[in-house]
Write a protein that binds this ligand. Sequence first.
Ligand code: FE2
Ligand code: FE2
Length: 136
Amino acid sequence: MREPWVSKYAFGIDEIDSQHQALFEFIAKLEAAIPTSDSWVVVQQTLNDLSYWARIHFAVEESLMRLMKFPELENHIETHADFMNTIARLKKQSLRKDIARDTSRFLNDWLRHHIDIEDRKYAEHMIARCRLTDEH
Ligand SMILES: [Fe+2]
Ligand SMILES: [Fe+2]
């Protein structure tokens, strides 16, 4: 099992950092269930919880990016939409077979990459803009 949350994923924007941490916790719950006979059910719960909370998290991020006039907004929105489509596809698959292992691998890889590369871009943009505003 991989470390669910490490400080390199924190931007210093408390609300966003704690939302990211919460998303990692869903994945940790799923990983813990993999060796058990419950994994089939837990994967469905995880996908349901994640589609609910990720939608809220993405809406918060997209409003922030709009507010901060982040130049790569459209691109970022597309990556969120791709993720939601994959979750919808996995939800359907999870009704036919146990996909706990593949799901946890996908979620882990996607979330780590997205936070570390994509979210970091808007976080840095936001922090730089706030600094500029503070100086005036
Ligand atoms: Fe995010
Ligand atoms: Fe994002």
